[in-house]
Design a protein around this ligand. Structure first.
Ligand SMILES: Cc1ncc(COP(=O)(O)O)c(C=O)c1O
Length: 485
């Protein structure tokens, strides 16, 4: 099949050329029924091409025409056996992969550094999580993935586990040695499932880490909307080999995805695939050279540090070139304060900031002038370091999670909000993920020990912020009513 075809774009152009009288959804009828304000902002083409499943187009849940061709091209380009478009982000992909791999009463070995969509996947599939705690890089506080020992021991202790689920690259762009992980996991005859939301570009340049598909994973999902220029929410999923039950995966995707998938999203996926297979290599050369240069220059700014290579115990973690992490631990600056100054004084918006690290996403939409502006701003801010608060470098030792009830039961249980200081001994109904490092300290269904309460209080004193709990100040926490479960 020709990789320079973009079947979904062609199908949309074809449909519009016919100038049909539209007696079908969407109700804006090519824009005629849409509000002027939104038309003025988005332009009329958005409405003309905002179509969903009508005769002449295709059906995402049973594709036979343009979607089928586009997914086949995607699969060829990424080296999978089957690939699927997703219209609700990699979130849907993570959930569907977990629903395909395990069910109620079964165990899944899971990276503790997972995105909350993985916990949602466990709520959906009713499986029991067996978490692997990651190593943390001492200098930056960044997560390096599970150690070899942890991976091997966890698989040994849980011989009945149905799958191993891991996140690589991490949000901060740290890539794991998936080839070695895949070899170990396959010795146990279970599938390796990778949340590769941040890696749709991997495999398209020799300086990048290998992709999950190249490393031998059985399934992975990716978010091209994060890196490759497709519309927000558009993602895809790849499967290779026969360890994943394809029919169950397709059914899960049907359960999770809309019956009116947006052709704008899917056409943008088709063109992202075209981009990566036609221009990717050239554009990635450009990104690599910009980011290599930026890392060297940032490392010359006193107190700032941008990691080039990070070695974990198990993984050789090569930072991804589309993620520029700036660590401020040695500078006396607080990362959140730096982000505030960047936004308000320099009109620079980072992707993310916590106390110790700032994260900047670099894609083919960037250029050396933008990087120059960022580095100039960082230099100026680093010079102000006496005027901002100093960060405490405490490293935290996490207690092993005590899963008392599975995430699904915690989700459906009756809940009670209690003061954090009185919560020891109860079961958490919420995820509590301190940033840094971003690894959950508690997930739904886990026992809150006195040690955990103490750790949260110490972290708060050290300016750590918490993601997950409804009460973001964590004065209170939602717990499971054990008697009413
Ligand atoms: C590691 C990881 N996995 C999955 C997701 C979900 O991806 P999406 O936003 O495409 O649904 C995210 C989102 O940030 C993520 O960081």
């Amino acid at each position: 099949m020709k990789h320079n075809n973009i079947p979904l774009i062609e199908a949309l152009l074809e449909y519009n050329k016919k100038n049909m009288l539209r007696f079908h959804t969407p109700g804006h009828k090519g824009g005629k029924g849409a509000e002027k304000t939104i038309k003025d902002i988005f332009g009329k083409n958005v409405f003309l091409y905002d179509l969903t499943e009508v005769d002449g187009l295709d059906d995402l849940h049973n594709p036979k025409a343009a979607i089928m061709k586009a997914q086949e091209l995607l699969s060829e380009v990424y080296g999978s056996d089957r690939s699927f478009f997703l219209v609700n982000g990699a979130t849907t992909g993570v959930e569907a992969m977990l629903m395909a791999a395990a069910g109620p009463g079964e165990e899944v070995v899971i990276d503790r550094n997972c995105h909350y969509s993985a916990i949602n996947g466990l709520i959906l599939n009713g499986a029991t999580p067996v978490y692997m705690m990651p190593e943390i890089d001492k200098r930056t506080g960044l997560v390096l993935g599970p150690s070899r020992h942890t991976l091997i021991q966890t698989l040994k202790k849980h011989p009945g586990a149905k799958a191993l689920f891991i996140v690589s690259p991490t949000y901060f762009g740290i890539c794991y040695d998936l080839k070695s992980i895949s070899d170990i996991v396959h010795e146990h005859n279970i599938p390796l499932i990778v949340d590769e939301a941040h890696g749709p570009h991997l495999g398209f340049h020799p300086d990048f880490a290998v992709s999950a598909m190249q490393a031998g994973a059985d399934a992975c999902c990716q978010s091209p909307h994060k890196i490759l220029g497709s519309f927000t929410q558009s993602s895809w999923l790849h499967v290779k080999g026969n360890m994943i039950d394809l029919e169950r995966l397709k059914k899960a995707l049907q359960v999770l995805q809309s019956s009116s998938p947006s052709y704008l999203l899917m056409a943008s996926l088709d063109s992202a695939r075209f981009f990566v297979s036609s221009r990717g290599r050239r554009e990635f050369d450009r990104i690599i050279s910009m980011v290599r240069d930026a890392r060297v220059r940032i490392n010359n700014i006193t107190g700032l540090f941008s990691p080039q290579i990070m070695i974990g115990d198990f993984t050789i973690a090569v930072p991804d070139y589309t993620k520029l992490t700036v660590n401020v631990r040695d500078s006396g600056l607080n990362g959140k304060r730096v982000a505030y100054i960047l936004r308000n004084e320099y009109k620079i918006q980072p992707e993310f900031a916590d106390r110790d690290n700032l994260l900047f996403i670099i894609t083919c939409g960037d250029n050396p002038n933008k990087i120059e502006a960022l580095i100039d701003a960082l230099k100026s801010i680093a010079r102000m370091n006496k005027t901002v608060e100093s960060t405490n470098k405490a490293d935290w030792v996490y207690p092993a999670p005590k899963v008392e009830i599975i995430p699904r039961d915690a989700f459906f249980a009756h809940k009670r909000r209690v003061e954090l200081k009185k919560a020891a001994g109860l079961i958490s109904a919420e995820t509590v993920a301190p940033y840094p490092p971003g690894v959950p300290l508690l997930a739904p269904g886990e026992r809150i020990t006195p040690e955990i309460v103490e750790l949260i209080l110490q972290m708060e004193e050290n300016g750590i912020q918490f993601h997950g709990p409804e009460d973001t100040r964590l004065e209170t926490i939602k717990t499971v009513e054990e008697s009413l479960q």
